[in-house]
Design a protein around this ligand. Structure first.
Ligand code: FMN
Ligand code: MN
Length: 527
């Protein structure tokens, strides 16, 4: 049974022994972050007895917020990530979800009646995917509706690091609608609290919500597309205050904090803009997400969320956002981003505030990223069928390094794969791609290092290109634009101009191995 809401999820975590309650009084300013950082890094040291990632933490005594609770590190281990996606943490594997996606993609238009009947279960499963809108009286997120005198600082929003620009909402599901197509999007974009009624809206320029804002701007300023494109250079957004005629125009935004885990996770999934994240959440849960209409904006939000912020982003306004201690392990400097104005706050009784922190890896987001890696593999293969496996090492913070193994069948294929990856959605941000042959296990970094270092002629096998760069990258020649590198570490073929003989790899013969296996115990060489 999928979790209906955050409270259900907390019960599941508790029952699985994956939750710790903290009753000691601690501050939402830095103290919760320091505790969480230590816990999420525990269990990684060689010989450590605790499991990597530590438990989820429920803070029940937050200084300055009597009665408030803060949930953090809810996704911070492989086991919890599986539980979040409805898998059996003992037996289940994230590849199961990949398998379900693969099956879905194999659905073809059925021929005969028998074929059609065979597809019924799959079609029924798809039926479950679409969100359902329920009435406000059945929606727990409307327990309390505050239209006046509200403040987002009534919730224990965290300050994560000492040099952060302020307090940040770090785990929000941000809902917008494409003004042109009407399609909804849910993205996780951090929000810096400026005051009780205004926050930053840190959607980076290549993200879906930033495009919604640009669409709104194009609609507000007819025939201004060239200017819009230039303005798009500012923070995924807009706002040239000189353009007087757009003053007052806005894009409606709603934010859900504290949703069921599948919905929260769906907000980080790098889905194409055609695919609404509520569908992904429904697919993962195998049960529809229940939505409810907002009070002051024309948007729907998860009905069981703990907290809903309704409001808008103006088309003519940017404000300095940051600095923020980011998941790269460095502070992202302040930069201009759109501003979110809150028009109404609704919440459950005694809302539970849900958050995460990012910083030097490994932290909670590492496990979310790994889940995305596993789930996206079949989708990658749809475009690049030669891909066998991929690994985005946690220390390379997702966009800095992707190791890919391929079944190589023709000359130049490794470079074709690199170009394919750089052309695919958010994989465009990948700064380095290493391509190896299929017999190299990309999850084994020792094996990868041995292969790559041995197999390359660096000048010949390195491919450079230019393109969009992750906004968080601090080394590129320009913000958001710079170079990327691919290393072709596959065995080179004569067809690629390599005519020297390729040496054999060293392996012991099977007969000797089995003979030594037999006498191994007697040799007493292991403690
Ligand atoms: C904890 C966390 C925080 C994130 N913060 C941001 C952010 O501030 N800005 C941003 O553009 N992406 C952020 N992301 C990544 C986006 O959520 C991700 O790219 C997502 O696919 C965006 O949704 P979209 O494709 O619908 O735009 C964050 C991801 C995680 C896990
Ligand atoms: Mn999206």
């Amino acid at each position: 049974m999928p979790c209906d809401d955050l409270r259900d999820w907390i019960k599941v975590l508790d029952k699985a022994g994956e939750l710790r309650r903290i009753r000691e009084e601690v501050s939402p300013l830095l103290e919760i972050a320091e505790i969480t950082d230590r816990v999420s890094k525990s269990g990684f040291a060689r010989g450590s007895k605790s499991s990597p990632g530590g438990p989820a933490l429920l803070f029940e005594n937050v200084a300055g917020y009597p009665g408030a609770r803060v949930l953090i590190n809810q996704f911070g281990s492989e086991r919890r990530m599986k539980l979040a996606l409805g898998l059996d943490p003992g037996k289940g594997s994230l590849d199961e979800i990949a398998g379900r996606i693969r099956a879905l993609m194999e659905i073809k238009s059925p021929e005969g009646l028998l074929e059609k009947l065979k597809m019924l279960p799959q079609l029924a499963a798809i039926g479950n995917v679409f969100p359902k809108t329920i009435s406000a009286k059945d929606a727990p997120c409307k327990d309390v509706i505050v239209r006046d005198n509200f403040s987002v600082l009534d919730f224990p929003v965290l300050q994560c690091w000492p040099l952060d620009g302020g307090r940040f909402i770090t785990l929000p599901c941000v809902v917008t609608r494409d003004p042109k197509t009407g399609r909804r999007n849910v993205g996780m974009y951090r929000m810096q609290v400026y005051d009780g009624q205004t926050t930053g809206m840190h959607w980076q320029r290549q993200k879906n919500a930033a495009e919604h804002l640009r669409e709104a701007l194009r609609a507000a300023v007819p025939n201004a597309s060239a200017r819009v494109e230039t303005m798009a250079e500012t923070a995924g957004a807009t706002a040239n205050l000189a353009m007087g005629n757009i003053v007052g125009d806005k894009l409606e935004v709603a934010v859900a904090i504290g949703t069921d885990p599948a919905t929260t996770f769906s907000a980080i999934v790098p889905a194409p803009p055609e695919v609404e994240e509520f569908l992904i959440a429904g697919f993962l849960r195998q049960e529809p997400v229940e939505l409810v209409k907002c009070e002051t904006v024309d948007l729907e939000v998860p009905a069981h969320a703990e907290i809903i912020l309704e409001g808008y982003v103006r088309l003519d306004e940017l404000r300095s956002e940051g600095p923020f201690g980011d998941h790269t392990g460095f502070y992202t400097p302040a930069e201009d981003y759109p501003v979110f104005h809150i028009t109404c706050i609704t919440h459950r009784k005694d809302p539970i505030y849900s958050a995460t922190i990012v910083g030097k890896p490994p932290q909670e987001d590492a496990w979310m990223g790994k889940a995305v890696e596993r789930i996206f593999l079949p989708l990658f293969r749809l475009t690049l069928p030669e891909i066998v496996d991929i690994n985005l090492p946690v220390e390379a913070v997702f966009h800095n390094l992707m190791i890919v193994s391929i079944r190589k069948s023709y000359a130049g294929q490794a470079r074709k794969v690199m170009n394919g990856i750089w052309a695919m959605g958010q994989a465009m941000f990948t700064k380095c791609i290493i391509v190896v042959d299929e017999d190299c296990d990309v999850q084994d970094l020792a094996e990868v290092t041995l292969r790559v270092a041995n197999n390359i002629d660096p000048e010949r096998d390195t491919q450079f290109t230019l393109g969009p760069i992750d906004s968080l990258d601090h080394a590129s020649r320009l913000p958001n634009y710079g170079s990327k590198m691919g290393i072709d570490a596959t065995r080179k073929w004569a067809a690629e101009g390599f005519t020297r003989p390729w040496p054999k790899e060293i392996v012991m013969d099977a007969a000797t191995i089995s003979r030594m296996d037999e006498i191994w115990k007697k040799l007493n060489l292991e403690d």
